[in-house]
Design a protein around this ligand. Structure first.
Ligand code: NAP
Length: 265
């Protein structure tokens, strides 16, 4: 049994997961327990629909699945706070960046553990979740939680979680930064602010939707919109140069991987 599900911490990411489950009708709100001193709007909405918000400690023993969704800085003290109340066969699914499965299992009294690196697009059913667990039952539990929220990718080696964090966990911010930069370039090219914002945003979301719906590779889609000697080619000569996007992104991902390792200890 997966439910009841106990979510420890329901801030930005925990809230996005709750919102995604609500949209997908994945779990009945009455099957959810949420502990958070400062719950996000989706957690408050779940509570209005029947989820138990900050239930009495004795009720925590009902939970079959525990989702750890607090900041990595406070994960260990949070685990220590709740572990006395959890049932022995509860499965722990952690989304805390960088916190290793071995450390989680130790702090959660040897319970089965899965790690997940999700994205906030889970809120609209378009999340991406990287999953890792030694234990097949824990992996299956993580699948059951995250499949209603978008794509799931199984990792075979826990060390790959650092790269998944750098590429996928942090990836949405890269795209938002790209859109910001494109809007800035549009302004600099003489477009009024409103039109610059509309053109940059709609062009990128449309192109991303086309990529999602097409069987073609990104390189093929790029070639389809690049005429020899045209405007796109002129711009791509800068973007794909030796100092352009590929080396920049390699460097960005490398430093993010390094930071993930530092945070994980
Ligand atoms: N945000 C993302 O895009 C993203 C993506 C992938 C993974 N993650 C992971 O998701 C986790 C949460 O990140 P976030 O951005 O959602 O953080 P957040 O917005 O700060 O949410 C964490 C929530 O946990 C609450 N909390 C703190 N201590 C608690 C305790 N002892 N018991 C119950 N709740 C407690 C916090 O309350 P207070 O505000 O009162 O401290 C806050 O509401 C992190 O481990 C992060 O690595 C986040």
């Amino acid at each position: 049994m997966i439910t009841p599900i106990l979510m420890l911490g329901a801030g930005r990411m925990g809230g996005a997961i709750l919102e995604g489950w609500r949209r997908a009708n994945a779990f009945a709100p009455v099957e959810l327990m949420i502990c958070d001193p400062d719950p996000s709007p989706p957690a408050l909405a779940a509570a209005l629909n029947g989820a138990r918000l900050n239930p009495p400690q004795a009720e925590l023993a009902e939970a079959r699945t525990v989702v750890l969704a607090v900041k990595p800085q406070v994960w260990a003290e949070t685990a220590a706070e709740y572990v006395p109340w959890l049932r022995a066969d509860a499965v722990v699914v952690s989304i805390a960046a960088g916190v290793r499965a071995g450390a989680l299992a130790k702090e959660f009294g040897g319970r089965c553990v899965a790690r997940v690196m999700p994205t906030t697009a889970a809120a609209i059913g378009q999340g991406t979740a990287s999953l890792y667990a030694d234990d097949p039952a824990a992996l299956a539990r993580a699948h059951a939680l995250f499949e209603p929220l978008g794509a799931v990718v199984d990792l075979t080696d826990e060390d790959q979680m650092h790269a998944a964090t750098a590429v996928s966990g942090s990836g949405p911010a890269y795209l938002y930064a790209f859109v910001e930069a494109l809007e800035g370039a549009a302004l600099a090219a003489g477009l009024p602010r409103k039109e610059a914002a509309r053109l940059a945003r709609s062009t990128i979301t449309g192109a991303a939707a086309l990529l999602a719906q097409s069987d073609a590779e990104p390189v093929d889609l790029r070639r389809q919109v690049t005429s020899p000697g045209g405007t796109t080619e002129a711009a791509l000569n800068i973007l794909l140069s030796n100092t352009g996007l590929p080396p920049l992104l390699r460097e960005a991902v490398t430093v993010a991987v390094r930071r993930s390792k530092e945070l994980g200890g």
